[in-house]
Each structure stands twice: as structure tokens, then as C-alpha cells.
Unconditional design. Structure first.
Length: 119
């Protein structure tokens, strides 16, 4: 299913990622299987699979899920992510961004203008 989603994120914790799978999405049923598996994850807002490029676009909230959870879900569905050197690097990088975003979302606001926070 191809969707051109140019919508801006509605939240600071909403991210859009593309995941390349190592197994071809041969039929529309394969694409639907992958899309449904990812949609079942908590925090996933939108999923679109591009069969011709073997990529899956996912929009999700980093406060509820992360990149590794997406990869594990794809593996469980029978469509593991690409396993090359660049894919492994990108996976680690995206996971790090998600964890940093989650930590930032949970952080307390800092004091402003050299004023101590009130309790």
C-alpha cells in the first residue's frame, strides 16, 4: 500500500522511520500481514509497506515503542529486517535516538533564569 504522507508530526515524540526488510513482500497479502503486525504494537500511528522497494514506513511515538520492538515484530511476522553492515548501524542509531527521545520525554523541566524550582 503506497501512501504519500507529508503530514507534519503532531507531537515532539512522534517519529517516522523506514525499515528495509530482507525478504521480498511478494504479494499484497504479505504487505497486509506486515502492516497489521506493526499496527498491533502500542504507539504505532501509521504503517505503509512499499512492495517494490522492500521497505516499510512507520510513524510511531517513542514514548510507547522503539525501533527494536519494530524489528522484533517484523521478525516474528516472518519478514526480518535487512542484515547488512549499514542496516545494523542504522538500527543501532535509530534505537539510540528512540531511547534518548524517551528519556527526554520523561525528564522534569529544568529551572529557568537561574531560579530554583519550586516544590
Amino acid at each position: 500500500m503506497i501512501q504519500n504522507d507529508k503530514a507534519e508530526p503532531k507531537s515532539a515524540w512522534e517519529v517516522k522511520r523506514k525499515i528495509r526488510v530482507s525478504v521480498a513482500l511478494a504479494t499484497a497479502a504479505d504487505a497486509k500481514t506486515v502492516e497489521q503486525a506493526l499496527r498491533d504494537l502500542d504507539g504505532v500511528l501509521q504503517v505503509s509497506a512499499v512492495r517494490t522497494r522492500r521497505t516499510i514506513g512507520v510513524r510511531y511515538l517513542v514514548t510507547k515503542t522503539d525501533y527494536r520492538a519494530l524489528e522484533r515484530t517484523l521478525e516474528a511476522a516472518g519478514f526480518p529486517p535487512a542484515a547488512g553492515r549499514w542496516a545494523r548501524f542504522r538500527s543501532g542509531y535509530c534505537q539510540n535516538l528512540d531511547l534518548t527521545g524517551r528519556e527526554n520525554a520523561r525528564a522534569r523541566p529544568s529551572a529557568c533564569c537561574n531560579k530554583p524550582p519550586t516544590r
